[in-house]
Design a protein around this ligand. Structure first.
Ligand code: HEC
Ligand code: HEC
Ligand code: HEC
Ligand code: HEC
Ligand code: HEC
Ligand code: HEC
Ligand code: HEC
Ligand code: HEC
Ligand code: HEC
Ligand code: HEC
Ligand code: HEC
Length: 452
């Protein structure tokens, strides 16, 4: 349908009225001038219509979609520099905006008041804010908008990078770029592309590669679990912020709450534990989920490699406990790479960690025997007395061990001193003998000597 009133002005009655506003060259010149023939035709009809009904011309109407599509539905429509400007009418018609009856100029707002084609070569970006105020406000507070604004980092995502332009569908539609199952590719177009990571200065590097191998990535990609997290479940979609920003979903102290939105039961245990209560109190030293599990490389907890690595992770904060643990049988076996014996978490719990004095602790006096009995079936209270952190340097904690160690040390010193002295004396003696010539061993003249 052709809207009459708005398109007044000199009728491009003949095809040779080449549009001054469009720079044209080479092949595209032919195309653009072909396009213009059609538009001229359209405008010709429009203008003669306008002339016939002068009242309607007084209330100017914006150009209709058909006006725009007269040029842009041509599959070969390109800019002067060769980049395409074609719009598939069917694609747009099937999008949520097409179905909603939006006009081209609802988004391309600077053409809403256009009186005459052709339009300017360079247009303002499409405007979404007139209708999606909330989404735009959230996006504006996020890292992508910030990067585009402040640093002029144009590699950062704008609306169309995540949603597309003329093919936008609601997120619930499996064909949508923002559908749960497709978001990994949508974010991955940049966060998994080495070139853009470099150009866009994304400090953390290629997250997508890491994530694909994680338990969450496998659950999402291979198992097709709709409840497995994708990028936006942990980061949000519009107000994505840096981890250093306290309003970020991945700010250190916000992480346990974010992970527990799915892992609810573990969150409950964690917040009660010594680690969780310390974090809640604002301690910068106590661990959150990602200290032990990482963010993008999370693995199954029963994988042997991870069980061994997390011991080292506990040890980054509990250095001394790790040292004393390594002196024990359990510690030496895990150091050799076998996860069969007790790790830190087997005795202390993973999320329900408490100080020994707390009756909820797995190593409290009341629970300790049961803790050993998980593996040592016949463990008795006296077996459980064995100190898994025995420290030969600590007299108060392990007096017997301390004195035994002291005794062993003295014995060692005694033995070395005695044999050391002996060696020194023997050396002196041998030097003396050598000087006196008695040390030289007789050779060929053995017989002569004998003969004498
Ligand atoms: C006379 C044919 C013609 C008509 C009618 C027309 N366009 Fe264009 N349009 C072009 C050409 C040619 C270009 C490429 C300009 C260039 O060389 O970059 C273009 C470019 C564009 C661009 C890209 C601008 C940019 O900054 O990159 C948009 C958006 C656009 N048109 C939207 C519209 C809309 C919306 C309508 C309807 C109101 C419309 N066009 C009607 C021919 C037309
Ligand atoms: C929901 C908003 C929206 C509507 C409605 C819309 N566009 Fe666009 N259009 C965009 C976005 C977003 C872009 C990407 C570039 C930008 O941000 O300006 C774009 C880009 C374009 C371009 C440049 C070439 C390209 O694909 O990048 C043309 C031409 C264009 N639109 C024409 C049209 C025409 C013709 C219609 C009507 C049939 C239309 N648009 C309707 C949002 C819209
Ligand atoms: C980094 C990717 C990304 C960018 C950039 C982005 N979005 Fe979204 N958007 C999403 C995802 C993912 C969803 C669906 C998940 C959800 O509902 O939170 C969504 C949902 C929406 C929705 C429907 C739900 C709602 O919040 O109303 C609208 C509307 C929307 N976006 C508009 C916009 C606009 C407008 C912009 C630009 C100002 C924009 N988006 C920029 C990823 C993005
Ligand atoms: C003239 C108003 C208008 C403009 C401008 C507009 N939209 Fe929309 N948009 C709508 C309407 C109406 C819907 C359908 C709302 C619904 O069904 O909930 C919609 C739906 C959406 C949805 C799907 C929401 C969902 O339920 O998942 C997204 C995403 C979206 N728009 C993004 C954009 C983007 C990106 C732009 C700018 C390029 C834009 N819109 C420009 C009116 C507009
Ligand atoms: C068009 C490319 C592009 C897309 C698509 C994109 N991003 Fe980004 N993103 C960037 C760039 C570039 C930066 C770096 C901005 C800066 O630090 O200046 C960034 C920054 C980030 C940051 C902060 C990183 C930092 O170093 O501080 C997070 C988190 C993030 N993006 C998550 C996402 C998520 C989640 C999605 C998908 C929903 C997504 N991005 C989609 C380009 C993109
Ligand atoms: C299970 C939750 C989770 C998922 C899924 C996830 N992330 Fe993250 N991401 C985090 C956490 C937590 C951090 C903060 C890392 C830290 O504290 O070391 C982070 C950090 C980042 C950063 C660096 C932010 C900064 O400020 O330095 C980027 C970029 C990023 N993620 C992008 C992505 C992308 C892209 C995806 C999808 C492929 C994704 N993330 C999936 C939890 C997640
Ligand atoms: C101090 C280190 C540490 C912290 C902090 C931590 N975890 Fe764990 N997590 C572990 C260990 C160790 C295991 C393995 C437990 C086992 O083998 O019994 C584990 C196991 C898991 C499992 C698998 C279920 C299971 O018990 O085997 C999930 C899910 C999990 N953690 C999620 C979380 C979440 C969510 C948070 C934050 C609220 C968190 N973890 C905080 C160390 C930690
Ligand atoms: C959107 C929901 C969701 C979020 C958010 C989420 N997870 Fe998960 N997580 C899952 C699902 C579902 C699985 C099970 C995957 C499977 O078994 O295939 C899982 C598995 C795990 C496992 C392995 C459990 C096992 O059986 O060994 C760990 C560990 C884990 N998540 C930790 C975390 C941490 C840490 C965070 C926050 C940084 C987090 N998750 C955020 C849904 C989530
Ligand atoms: C990021 C550092 C960090 C990591 C990693 C960490 N912890 Fe802790 N842990 C702390 C802090 C801080 C406290 C509280 C210290 C205090 O109150 O004396 C604590 C307290 C404890 C306590 C109670 C000690 C007491 O006497 O109060 C135990 C037991 C413990 N952690 C075991 C573990 C185990 C087991 C792991 C590994 C699965 C682990 N921790 C990982 C920092 C850490
Ligand atoms: C075989 C069981 C067992 C293993 C394995 C174990 N612990 Fe312990 N841990 C204990 C017991 C029992 C206590 C209480 C000792 C006591 O009587 O004071 C304790 C005490 C602690 C304490 C409290 C401070 C202290 O020294 O009394 C911390 C912290 C701790 N362990 C961390 C760790 C870490 C980190 C690991 C792994 C590197 C680990 N534990 C491995 C059983 C174990
Ligand atoms: C996760 C299982 C596990 C837990 C929990 C555990 N152990 Fe062990 N421990 C082993 C295994 C396996 C061996 C290897 C010897 C064996 O097979 O009996 C071992 C060996 C030992 C040894 C040296 C060899 C021996 O049998 O005399 C001592 C001592 C010991 N454990 C004490 C303890 C004490 C005390 C506790 C409780 C605080 C404890 N263990 C908890 C698995 C465990």
């Amino acid at each position: 349908m052709i809207r009459a009133g708005g398109l007044s002005g000199p009728p491009h009655a003949t095809g040779e009225a080449s549009p001054q506003n469009l720079r044209v060259s080479g092949i595209s010149m032919i195309r653009v001038s072909l396009l213009c023939c059609r538009v001229a035709l359209v405008l010709g009809v429009a203008v003669s219509f306008a002339a016939a009904s002068p009242q309607k011309a007084a209330a100017p109407k914006p150009p209709s979609n058909d006006d725009c599509l007269a040029c842009h539905s041509d599959a070969g429509a390109v800019r002067a520099d060769g980049r395409p400007v074609a719009v598939k009418p069917e694609t747009f018609a099937e999008s949520i905006h097409g179905m909603g009856g939006l006009a081209c100029v609802d988004c391309h707002t600077d053409l809403a008041t256009l009186a005459e084609f052709p339009h300017a070569e360079k247009l303002k970006p499409a405007q979404c804010g007139t209708c999606h105020e909330k989404a735009v406000a959230a996006y504006d507070s996020g890292v992508h908008a910030q990067a585009r604004r402040s640093g002029g980092n144009l590699s950062a995502a704008a609306c169309a990078d995540c949603h597309g332009s003329h093919d936008i569908r609601p997120s619930a539609d499996p064909g949508s770029r923002t559908h749960h199952a497709r978001l990994l590719d949508t974010c991955g177009r940049c966060h998994g592309d080495e070139e853009i990571i470099k150009r866009g200065q994304i400090g953390i590097g290629n997250v997508v590669d890491l994530f694909k191998d994680s338990i969450h990535g496998k659950a999402l990609i291979k198992s097709g679990l709709s409840v497995a997290p994708t990028c936006t479940d942990c980061h949000g979609s519009h107000d994505i912020r840096r981890k250093s920003d306290p309003a970020s979903k991945v700010f250190r102290t916000t992480i346990p709450g974010m992970c527990s939105s799915c892992h609810e039961g573990i969150g409950r245990e964690y917040w009660e534990s010594v680690h969780g209560t310390q974090v809640a109190k604002g301690s910068p030293l106590a661990p959150v989920c990602t200290n032990c599990h990482t963010a993008h490389e999370i693995r199954r907890s029963d994988v042997e490699g991870w069980k061994l690595e997390v011991i080292t992770e506990c040890g980054t904060c509990h250095e001394h406990s790790l040292e004393t643990y390594r002196d024990t049988f359990h510690g030496q076996v895990t150091a050799l790479g076998y996860a069969r014996v007790a790790s830190c978490a087997d005795c202390h719990g993973a999320h329900n960690v408490f100080p020994k004095a707390d009756p909820r602790s797995m190593v409290s006096d009341a629970k300790r025997v049961a803790t050993c009995q998980q593996c040592h079936e016949g463990a008795t209270p006296s077996f459980a007395e064995f100190d898994p952190h025995a420290d030969p340097e600590n007299r108060e904690r392990n007096p017997t061990l301390f004195y035994t160690a002291q005794f062993m040390k003295m014995l060692l010193v005694g033995v070395f001193s005695f044999f050391g002295l002996l060696t020194v004396l023997w050396l002196g003696r041998s030097v003396q003998l050598k000087a006196a010539g008695a040390w030289r061993r007789p050779r060929n003249d053995d017989a002569t000597e004998d003969g004498e």
